[in-house]
Ligand binder design. Sequence first.
Ligand code: PLP
Ligand code: LYS
Length: 437
Amino acid sequence: MKEWLSGTSAINEKGHLCIGGCDTVTLSEKFGTPLFVYDVALIRKMARGFKEAFEQLGMKHKVAYASKAFTCLAIYQLIEQEGLSCDVVSAGELHTALKAGMAPEKIAFHGNNKTFFELEMAVNEKVGTIIVDNFTEIALLSEILSQTQTTQNVLLRLAPGIDAHTHEFIMTGQEDSKFGFDVKSGQAERALKLVLDNPHFCLKGLHCHIGSQIFNTEGFHAATEKMIDLMVEWEHHYQFTAEVLNLGGGFGVHYTEEDEPLEAAEYVRQIAQIVKKSCQEHLYPLPEVWIEPGRSIVAEAGTTLYSVGAVKEIPSIRKYVSVDGGMGDNIRTALYDAKYQAKVANRMRDRQELEEVAITGKYCESGDMLIHSIQLPKLHYGDLIALQTTGAYGYSMSSNYNRNPRPAVVFVEEGAAQLVIQRETLEDLIHLDLPLK
Ligand SMILES: Cc1ncc(COP(=O)(O)O)c(C=O)c1O
Ligand SMILES: N[C@@H](CCCC[NH3+])C(=O)O
């Protein structure tokens, strides 16, 4: 079976893994390991894939990059270059997006517990849309808007009661969820009335997000139909017509051979088809369709390079190959039992002596695993491991556990590598500490 390589990844004449025309061995020598390497051409391709599909269908749309997947100045700049907008979920993400030059009107603010400070910041910075999540937020936002005498475009986030087939921890559309107004219990309708009655809120439409890493489009179908049914009902009862229907993100990506994601354009086509069909059936004016892909824009574009350190073999039990990173730069295996594939980046053509190993990190936790079991050529100290599909929720969920510095991040494109996040230094690790007086 041909081994899976993402985007521009290829093997060069030295048998090294190359990404974006850059030899990963050279990158590791220049920038050190662990190192996140992002294939810029692949990010552009994914971003364009979603956008162009809507354009071809002639549908009014907005593709907002869900920046929690990977946040830094450079990624906001890149997605802005590709004509995408973005969503943020904290003052920190908003600050970074604004610093990167993202136009405030292109930003949507999400979150199930936006603080007063965050809401104030969003209003003062004139973000395009606030996606209102709960009754506390309606009260806080109402206070801020009446103090500032401003009007804010909002969407209402609903929990439509759809169970997406994905990991329980990343499922969000079901009734029992901390996110959004529940439809079944009538909370959503109560929220609608509150917002419609308040002249400071300009309700543009509705939002739902059913979860993450979803392949089966049935969940999107069911959610879309349910949202449109509700829109029709609310038009009838409250004369409210939604201009916007935001269906969130969640489009699945390839981590291992078990994952078979659809093309970006295919996800869009399927969603667009249901929206059009349902609206036609109900004679409802076609709303602008917004989506918020995060993982699918950046996941496969990201690869983490690690150096092999200690190797420990427990006869008849397991062989542990430890690398110089781990749960501090990738918590997903420990948190979700996520599965990854890896390559030996400095010996891509080596097919001899395949053996089963566990790739583990350097953190003081037995759960600090990257891959529980993988067949790889016999590994030695100093080998370079490339963990694939680490571009989403890797760096953005990183920590300084055990006081390990966070890795550096480079963007590679057409043979050029650009450092976009510096490696943390030991001094960085103590820069907020204050010694005892
Ligand atoms: C509201 C919302 N939109 C978009 C996303 C992005 O999801 P994904 O990265 O799976 O595309 C998330 C995260 O699950 C989310 O909570
Ligand atoms: N962080 C998760 C998904 C949560 C998405 C954010 N709502 C992951 O790595 O898969």
